[in-house]
Design a protein around this ligand. Structure first.
Ligand code: GRF
Length: 195
């Protein structure tokens, strides 16, 4: 019987990190198997790749839910049901643009991770690449961390640095960081699955 952990990836858009994880998990000795991709929106670009790769997909459409605590819990209950149906053991957030309830996060404590395009704890929250440029730092990068109820605040699993060049725009810096993300996330997931 396979000892690979059953992993779900949660996305909202392009899904390039999802793709990097799916491709890495094709290696026979990779410790995780991607068994499900869940999107918070039906038109996420990443769903197409997941489908073409033969991976089960589900949509829990955030448009059907409001922003109250009750809505958040209802959303997370549907998400939990999708994860349970697929017997998921570990969750990777990859550009998932919805804040999860603290109940959900606590339930998955130690088994849910995220990638963020800055060297946390620097530049938490939205547009971290623009924050890095505004702060005129010389080095930025990306972080894979455990998810805790506080946003972008959980323990770091792995980080990768990239230079910030004098003529960088948000776009050029984001592209450089994204290339590093695609290398970092599969390695960090491997490390987290070994714990
Ligand atoms: C990445 O920069 C990731 O770090 C951030 O959202 C972006 C998602 O990109 N959380 P993609 O959907 O993986 O291409």
């Amino acid at each position: 019987m396979s000892t690979r952990k059953r992993v779900a990836i949660l996305i909202s858009g392009r899904g390039s990190n999802m793709r990097a994880l799916i491709e890495a998990a094709r290696a026979p000795d990779y410790p995780g198997a991607i068994v499900l991709v869940v999107s918070s929106t039906p038109d996420a670009e990443g769903l197409k790749f997941a489908n073409s790769a033969g991976i089960a997909t589900a949509v829990v459409d955030k448009a059907r839910f409001g922003r109250t605590d009750a809505d958040r819990e209802a959303y997370d209950a549907e998400l939990s049901a999708a994860l349970e149906d697929a017997r998921v053991e570990f969750v990777c957030l990859a550009g998932f643009m919805r804040i999860l309830s603290s109940g959900f996060v606590r339930k998955w404590d130690g088994r849910i991770i995220n990638i963020h395009p800055s060297l946390l704890p620097a530049f938490r929250g939205l547009k971290p690449q623009a924050q890095a440029l505004a702060a005129k730092v010389k080095v930025s990068g990306c972080t894979v961390h455990y998810v805790v109820p506080e946003l972008d605040a959980g323990p770091t699993i792995a980080q990768a640095e990239v230079p910030v060049l004098p003529d960088d725009t948000v776009e050029t810096l984001s592209d450089r960081i994204l290339a590093a993300e695609h290398r970092l996330y599969p390695e960090a997931l491997k490390k987290a699955l070994a714990v």
